[in-house]
Design a protein around this ligand. Structure first.
Ligand SMILES: Cc1cc2nc3c(=O)[nH]c(=O)nc-3n(C[C@H](O)[C@H](O)[C@H](O)COP(=O)(O)OP(=O)(O)OC[C@H]3O[C@@H](n4cnc5c(N)ncnc54)[C@H](O)[C@@H]3O)c2cc1C
Length: 476
């Protein structure tokens, strides 16, 4: 084992690396251990189908990354990270050939929503205008006085509602479907209290900051964090799975970028029985069925807007999506799942080889789903883009079991590392005012199972490291 260091981070996802950078910026000697052969967790990029065509293995589109207060505070551009925006951030096609559009240009969105244009602007305009303030409080530490109570209060009043309630006031399908598709990133029932929150956040992000991709692939985000870490003296060891505390060098602080249960397994009796019990109760949600495609000439969407959109939500009407999410959350597969499609090459042509383009897609399926959702996923896209299947040159499929084998944080294929129930959104990973602290002697959890939750923003890692630094200051 290597020499003593100040701090160890187990796992090199965006949160693990954000924790490591936060600690290194304060002068601590940090060593990151990663089980896989490369850093990055949910941000790796690879030639999954055809040589020269680059696919994002997991995360693809980064409204929370570009808006993250922590990532924005770092000189990541000097370490190779460049964001790029598609002409249209998000489009949502309907069977009649039209599409709702989410854009940084509110006017473009309004033009796609017909009779609901004014209501959309009244509803989401204020959140977009005060988006930076919202980010500080929503992505910041919980259990403290908010910096912007008015903006947060206004958000809270809407966010606590069911997503289905929020769409009741819209008169036409484009607006209903556009919002419901963004709300469905929750991966849970959309008629439950609190299910509007993710949709409001992502819609406001779309108007305020856009839904960009990272040039070269999502790997550029964690490669930049790693490069910054190394420039600060940090060390990274890949291909090293941590199984117990005995695997680690002597140190003052250990930060786990793992699932709660994995942290319990590794930390063993360093954790008190109460913490072990409550982390053991952590529940996982529905899974992803990921399909990467090399498509000649791209997808021939009927709706013109979809041909210019970085992200396309495929699932039809709001009612269909609500039904699909209810089924999947109840453990039942559906022929018409909600499908997220990303066309990163529109903002980053370096991903393509000539006219052969990478298409990223995943469908929501039940937790641990053992069937095959590939046909259902492809049929959903074909429904809004006749002729699409004829253009597919190569396919790479990753179901829930393969996702978990790829990254143990995706238990049962749950890519959010935990069900987004109201209880787990408010008390993650357990009911406590110290969500990151696992023990009084320097153990912390920093993965997406901690606040503010899933997504590539690094805030869980940054805040866990800040908690560790505060404790360390007291202990020393
Ligand atoms: C298919 C898919 C699509 C997604 N799309 C998006 C998107 O478009 N935008 C977005 O913002 N987010 C997206 N996400 C979610 C996002 O990737 C995650 O929320 C984010 O990566 C979580 O970061 P993390 O650091 O908590 O954990 P992870 O990124 O999961 O990283 C954890 C790391 O820890 C390592 N590890 C675990 N246990 C050990 C151990 N015992 N020893 C050593 N190493 C260990 C793992 O190998 C892994 O590298 C997507 C995820 C998936 C899978």
């Amino acid at each position: 084992m290597t020499d003593r260091v100040d701090a160890v981070v187990v796992g090199s996802g965006p949160n693990g690396l954000a924790a490591a950078v936060t600690l290194a910026l304060k002068g601590l000697e940090v060593h990151v251990f990663e089980a896989a052969g490369t850093v990055g967790g949910g941000t790796r990029t690879a030639e999954l189908t055809v040589e020269g065509v680059r696919h994002d293995v997991c995360s693809a589109v980064h409204p929370l990354g570009v808006a993250s207060p922590f990532l924005r505070s770092l000189p990541l551009d000097e370490h190779g990270l460049t964001w790029s925006w598609p002409e249209i951030d998000l489009a949502h096609p309907l069977d009649d050939g039209t599409a709702g559009v989410l854009s940084r240009d509110m006017g473009m969105t309004a033009a796609s929503l017909g009779p609901d244009a004014d209501r959309w602007q009244r509803l989401f305009g204020p959140f977009a205008t005060r988006f930076d303030e919202l980010m500080v409080d929503l992505l910041g530490p919980i259990a403290r006085v908010p910096h912007h109570p008015v903006a947060l209060g206004r958000f809270g009043v809407r966010a606590v509602q069911p997503a289905t309630r929020l769409t009741e006031g819209f008169g036409a399908e484009p607006a209903r479907a556009l919002f419901t598709g963004s709300a469905a990133h929750l991966t849970g029932p959309l008629d439950k209290l609190g299910s509007a929150a993710v949709g409001i956040l992502l819609t406001a992000a779309g108007h305020a900051a856009g839904w960009p991709v990272a040039i070269g692939g999502s790997a550029s985000i964690t490669n930049a964090l790693t490069s910054l870490l190394v420039s600060l003296g940090g060390q990274v060891t890949t291909g090293f799975e941590v199984r117990s505390m005995a695997d680690l060098p002597e140190c003052d602080v250990v930060v786990f970028d793992t699932s709660p249960q994995a942290a319990v397994r590794i930390a063993g009796d360093r954790l008190g029985p109460g913490v072990r019990r409550s982390l053991g109760r952590w529940r996982y949600g529905p899974a992803a069925w990921k399909v990467d495609l090399a498509v000649e000439g791209g997808i021939p969407w009927t709706a013109e807007a979809c041909r210019h959109a970085g992200t396309v939500h495929v699932g039809g009407t709001a009612a269909e999506i609500v039904h699909a999410e209810t089924e999947v959350s109840g453990g039942r597969a559906t022929d018409r799942p909600f499908v997220l499609v990303a066309q990163q090459y529109l903002a980053d042509p370096s991903r393509s080889r000539g006219n052969l383009h990478p298409v990223w897609a995943y469908a929501h399926v039940p937790h641990g789903y053992g069937g095959d959702a590939t046909e259902a996923l492809l049929n959903q896209i074909e429904r809004f883009a006749p002729g699409f299947r004829d253009r597919i040159v190569a396919t790479h499929v990753t179901g829930p079991a393969a996702l978990e084998a790829y990254n143990p944080n995706y238990v049962g294929g749950d890519i959010a590392t935990g069900a987004n129930s109201l209880g787990q959104l408010l008390a993650r990973p357990r009911l406590t005012t110290h969500p990151y602290r696992l023990s009084d002697d320097g153990l912390y959890l920093c993965s997406a199972a901690t606040p503010p939750g899933a997504g590539v923003h690094g805030m869980c890692g940054h805040l866990a490291a800040r908690a560790a630094l505060a404790d360390l200051h007291r202990r020393r």
